[in-house]
Design a protein around this ligand. Structure first.
Ligand code: FO1
Length: 316
């Protein structure tokens, strides 16, 4: 069975570790959001690509969710001592990834090529693709918490530098009109037996992927084979900031609201057992099948259970 997975960061990383216990890792192609990418200290940083890569290679820090396990931050401490502004915490091991990727990009390689070299070097057998080799940037239009004025900032400035304190008005994807899907992304979706939408933020993780010209249409034609997993449990995101961003996109912060983000793209949706009462409403509203399980992925066994629940919904 071939699987194509649309993925953001932490929730997707955890889920994918379960997925590759259910299907052979080499049968999985992961298409990852790069709308959060940023340039820091001259380095190209791809937080969601790195989260997926670190989780699949079992190098991720399970407690923090992002970055490397057994990480140190000595280089950034030095940046601070010298008067630089290390507002985004890049660990010493993580910096090795950014240095290598940036070097290959400067040599003329593409982000897909760099991503493939990194995942191969780390022994990952699944294919990991950025959504596009062209830069698409997620911008947040918000109200400045201090001045009350309008603010337009890249996603990581909103989330990390400003601690998500500003009220979000809208989310924009800059550059998508000049972007193409990464080589192999449309084919992976077209060839897959199952397309999985990972438990990621529908607005700023999966939203940018679907904004890449051609990718929404590629998923739409496969909608009878698409299953998603809710990132929302009991009205709150399991990780991240979906509660601040979904209302700005006109979505209720519930498992139903997250499903509604994919109206017309899904055959099935997995919700948490704590939200079981929402199941019939989602089935009726979206005309899809709903599966119910414990979706909290505290370890790989739990993630495997969620992956099995998702895949079994499309059986027969
Ligand atoms: N998130 C934070 O809240 N603070 C950080 O300093 C931070 C650094 C960081 C470095 C590398 C990386 O791959 C991810 C990092 N993240 C950090 C996570 C990231 O900001 C977001 O959680 C994801 O982009 C959302 O999917």
């Amino acid at each position: 069975m071939k699987v194509a997975a649309l993925a953001g960061g932490v929730g997707a990383g955890k889920f994918l570790r379960g997925l590759v216990r259910v299907v052979p890792p080499e049968a999985v192609t992961v298409i990852v959001n790069t709308g959060d990418d940023l340039t820091l200290h001259g380095l190209h940083v791809s937080p969601d690509l790195d989260s997926v890569t670190y989780w699949l290679s079992d190098l991720a820090d399970r407690d923090r969710g992002w970055g490397r396990r057994d990480e140190t931050f000595r280089a950034l401490e030095e940046v601070r001592r010298l008067g630089g502004d290390p507002w985004f915490s890049l660990g010493d091991l993580d910096l090795g990834t950014h240095l290598t990727r940036t070097h290959w990009l400067h040599e003329g390689g593409t982000l897909s090529e760099a991503t493939d070299r990194i995942r191969t070097a780390l022994g990952i057998r699944s294919v990991i693709l950025p959504m596009s080799d062209q830069q698409i940037t997620t911008w947040i239009d918000a109200i400045d918490e201090e001045s009350g004025g309008a603010l337009s900032i890249p996603f990581q400035v909103y989330w990390v530098a400003r601690g998500a304190r500003d009220e979000v008005k809208s989310v924009r994807f800059e550059g998508f009109d000049r972007a193409r899907p990464a080589p192999g992304a449309e084919e992976a979706i077209g060839d897959a037996d199952v397309v999985v939408i990972c438990p990621s933020n529908p607005v700023v993780s999966v939203g940018p992927i679907l904004a890449v010209p051609g990718l929404r249409a590629a998923v739409e034609v496969r909608k009878d084979s698409v299953v998603g997993v809710s990132p929302i449990v009991r009205g709150a995101p399991v990780a991240g900031m979906a509660d601040r961003l979904m209302p700005a996109a006109g979505l209720e912060v519930t498992a139903s609201g997250a499903a509604a983000a994919y109206r017309g793209l899904l055959a099935a949706w997995v919700i948490d057992e704590r939200d079981a009462e929402l199941g019939p409403g989602i089935e009726e509203d979206l005309g899809i099948r709903v599966g119910i399980t414990d979706t909290l992925m505290t370890d790989d066994r739990a993630a495997e259970r969620v992956a099995r629940a998702a895949l079994s919904l499309l059986d027969g």
